[in-house]
Design a protein around this ligand. Structure first.
Ligand code: GDP
Ligand code: MG
Length: 293
């Protein structure tokens, strides 16, 4: 009997969850950014080997419910904890010894699944810091999602820890999330790379049209911001910034889909969308999700 189940990766923004997920799945599935809170949706990646299938959930950062958006993010993360067979509590090793997951996430009770504390970014540690962490947390695993150190062993142990079960998804499926979602994420990631301050948290992306069968593949994507001033920043003088975002994003999308793409980018203002429940849902930052196994 093979092993199959769910591994939920949880941790503070910037701990390296998306980087680890990308390494585990081997494809660029989850947005990686050095700006915190860039992962708003729960991305499901699937890793299938000869005798194990691991469904990996990337969670939004654990946050306090300040805006609607953040409440949605938090409830998605809590849900992902409940679904897990194993929980990877990923922490940035350069922050030293992390608080317990229960404390960090302000949970009412410990999750039922086993929690593995994994300290990431060991490539940035001096040997003495490594020793300190090993002494303080003897059970913690040390890895570098960036260099790959410790990741292979982690995967072997995870596969063994999953319950005996037939595979839950077809073997060649790397993700259940839709192509449209990844395209929107790639556009958003590209825009985040080229912008600073203020705008990023107000930015949402939606693929409005995805014309199957057209060559090149026609994709219309709308970038939503909250204010006219942000729209001006995003478009840039003479449209230079948005053209640059479009060019870079098109390159990434073509690499991802392995086909030529015509990317039609629009910028629209949707005032205060982050405070609106319906807008938060509409962009897929939903309060409940339909993941089923
Ligand atoms: P997330 O918010 O938890 O999803 O974190 P990301 O995966 O987006 O990573 C946040 C930042 O940390 C990015 O700049 C990554 O390149 C960086 N990062 C992630 N893992 C490592 C690692 O093992 N070593 C180093 N040096 N940087 C890392
Ligand atoms: Mg992330």
């Amino acid at each position: 009997m093979p092993h199959a189940g769910i591994v939920t990766v949880v941790g503070k923004p910037n701990a390296g969850k998306s980087t680890l997920l990308n390494r585990i799945i081997g494809e660029k599935l989850s947005i990686v950014s050095d700006k915190p809170q860039s992962t708003r949706n729960r991305v499901v990646g699937i890793r299938t080997t000869d005798d194990a299938q691991m469904i990996v959930l990337d969670t939004p950062g654990l946050l306090n419910p300040r805006y609607e958006l953040q409440r949605a993010m938090r409830s998605t993360a809590i849900r992902a904890l409940k679904d897990a067979d194993v929980i990877i509590y990923l922490a940035d090793a350069t922050d030293r010894v992390p608080p317990s997951l229960v404390e960090a996430a302000d949970l009412d009770a410990p999750p039922t699944a086993p929690v593995w504390t994994v300290l990431n970014k060991t490539d940035l540690l001096r040997p003495v810091e490594r020793e300190e962490l090993r002494e303080a947390l003897p059970d913690a695993r040390l890895i570098s999602a960036l260099s790959g150190e410790g990741v292979d062993q982690l995967l072997v142990d995870l596969e063994e820890a999953l319950p005996p079960s037939p595979f839950l998804y077809p073997e060649d499926e790397i993700s259940t999330a839709s192509t449209r979602f990844f395209v929107a994420e790639l556009v958003r990631e590209t825009a985040l790379e080229q912008l600073d301050e203020e705008v990023p948290y107000s930015l949402a992306c939606e693929v409005e049209e995805f014309r199957e069968g057209s060559a090149p593949l026609y994709i219309r994507t709308v970038l939503y911001v909250e204010r006219e001033s942000q729209k001006r920043i995003l478009i840039g003088a003479g449209g230079r910034r948005i053209r640059e975002i479009g060019r870079d994003a098109r390159g990434k999308i073509e690499a991802f889909l392995d086909t030529r793409v015509y990317l039609d980018l629009w910028v629209k203002v949707l005032p205060n969308w982050r405070k609106s429940d319906s807008a938060v849902r509409r962009f897929g930052y939903r309060l409940h999700d339909d993941h089923s196994t």
